[in-house]
Design a binder for this molecule. Structure first.
Ligand code: C2E
Ligand code: MG
Ligand code: MG
Ligand code: MG
Length: 279
């Protein structure tokens, strides 16, 4: 079983994604067992403060180590999971794992202030008692609430804004950090920015990719930074793949950067060895 896993691990994403799109239904059935069978993994992508290149956080990103299909990326199973209650099980698993991991890192020198970010689905916010589950997980993991960040995508929030606002306010009131993910890709974003207890926005990577070549994208990024700052929020840029983008974002006043230029998402055992090598 082990050797099999490792073999397919090498075959990786492309091969897997073809097969996955062909039979999503079978996959969803298997996903029900994935948590119990210990097939889910979190990889952690470093986030750097642009002002001084210091490590401030990590985003936990889920992968499914499937025994036959190899490592399956989240885009291939999270959208399916979101169509059923499986997503809630995945979220609870991710919260537990990330909180446990983070409380271990907090005991390491220089990593006490690190914030771990977990992606949650709007469907999680609709589960009665979700905020209690989050707070209990933090308590059981012996982690400060302020060390946990929850990333929610803006477009999804609109589905039931009243419930979303209520749950996120409770969590934010307990010091958990709330961020809006993929900012700029949703709709009605300005109205809801004001309603939601948002500590940070994450500018969608599509704007960051185009920024260096396209004045329009650059202006959108600049405006988003100004807007967020005027509302007292921090700005995280994702998809930072080049040094050019990294320094451009710093010059534009963006607070935090995340992307392949800094590091790819890392397996948990590799994360403490990360250090930023500026080229
Ligand atoms: P996201 O939350 O917007 O995460 C950022 C995605 O961009 C990640 O893809 C990350 O690996 C990728 N990325 C980071 N830096 C760069 C870069 O410089 N260039 C490029 N091209 N890509 C970069 P990943 O890990 O495949 O995750 C995709 C999406 O799946 C996430 O988007 C998130 O929406 C969802 N997801 C991942 N893990 C979870 C989870 O535990 N729960 C839920 N509900 N969703 C998750
Ligand atoms: Mg995210
Ligand atoms: Mg994003
Ligand atoms: Mg995304």
């Amino acid at each position: 079983m082990r050797a099999r896993n490792q073999h397919h691990h090498v075959v990786a994403y492309d091969h897997a994604s073809h097969k996955v799109s062909r039979d999503n239904l079978a996959l969803l059935g298997e996903l029900r067992n994935a948590v119990g069978a210990d097939q889910l993994r979190l990889h952690y992508q470093p986030k750097l403060l642009l002002a001084d290149n210091s490590l401030v956080g990590a985003e936990a990103l889920m992968r499914w180590e499937h025994p036959e299909r190899g490592m399956i990326p989240p885009d291939q199973f999270i959208p399916q999971a979101e169509k059923s209650s499986i997503i809630n099980e995945l979220t609870v698993w991710a919260l537990r794992s990330a909180v446990t991991q983070q409380s271990q890192w907090c005991a390491m020198r220089g990593m006490e202030q690190l914030k771990v970010a977990v992606n949650i689905s709007v469907h999680d916010l609709m589960v009665p008692g979700f905020h209690d589950v989050v707070l209990q997980t933090l308590e059981q993991g012996n982690l400060d609430n302020g060390n946990l960040e929850l990333e929610v995508t803006e477009s999804a929030l609109m589905e039931d804004i009243a419930t979303s606002v209520d749950v996120l306010k409770r969590l934010s009131g307990a010091n958990v950090i709330i961020s809006i993910d993929d900012f700029g890709t949703g709709y009605s974003s300005l109205k809801y920015l004001d309603l939601l207890p948002t500590a940070a926005i994450k500018i969608d990577q599509s704007f960051v990719f185009r920024m260096a070549r396209d004045a329009g994208s650059r202006q959108i990024v600049q405006a988003a930074i100004g807007l967020a700052h005027s509302l007292g929020m921090r700005v995280i840029a994702e998809g930072v793949e080049t040094e050019e983008n990294y320094s451009m974002l710093r010059d534009m006043g963006c607070d935090i950067a995340q992307g392949f230029f800094i590091s790819r998402p890392l397996a948990s055992e590799k994360f403490p060895g990360f250090s930023f090598q500026q080229q």
